[in-house]
Design a protein around this ligand. Structure first.
Ligand code: 4NP
Length: 153
């Protein structure tokens, strides 16, 4: 079984959406998907209400999720670790123990715009529109990820 982890800062806005969107596109018996945050402020909480709303508007329920922190053992558990922005990338790579760990980590938009270090912007302090934009970006890139995972099987 392929295991994919989505990582952002708080694990309440972007990575829960990425988890929910990717789950909605794959066969859950073949691919395991989870999400985590590099920060620990919201552990145990539901995703941000604005993420829940934009997901629901698009037919996806993410209210089964609970926030957790990224831990070193996630490098052992997961095959692919997708981070939302460059600061997530630095934080996750700083916990990597070896090249195997490092090779699993990638900016999630890398598959849309290779080499450009594009980021999924943090919508936490913005308005609803930020969440719509984040949803669109993640929906587009998750289609690409699904294609790649299916071809890698
Ligand atoms: P996320 O957004 O990384 O997309 O979940 C954030 C949520 C909460 C905080 C920062 C970013 N916070 O500082 O509490």
């Amino acid at each position: 079984m392929v295991k994919v982890l989505m990582v952002c800062l708080g694990n309440i806005c972007r990575s829960p959406l990425a988890e929910g969107i990717l789950k909605s596109k794959v066969n859950s018996s073949k691919i395991h998907i989870d999400s985590a945050g590099t920060g620990g402020w919201h552990i145990g909480e539901l995703p941000d209400p604005r993420s829940i709303d934009i997901a629901r508007t698009n037919g996806i329920d993410i209210t089964d999720q609970a926030c957790r922190k990224f831990i070193e053992e996630d490098f052992d558990e997961f095959d692919h670790i997708f981070v939302m922005d460059k600061s997530n990338l630095i934080d996750v790579l700083s916990m990597a123990r070896n090249d195997d760990d490092r090779l699993k980590v990638k900016l999630i938009l890398e598959d849309i715009s290779p080499g450009q270090s594009m980021e999924v912007p943090d919508p936490y302090y913005g308005g609803e529109r930020g969440f719509e934009k984040v949803f669109e970006m993640l929906d587009t890139v998750c289609d690409k990820i699904v294609n790649k995972l299916n071809h890698a099987e």
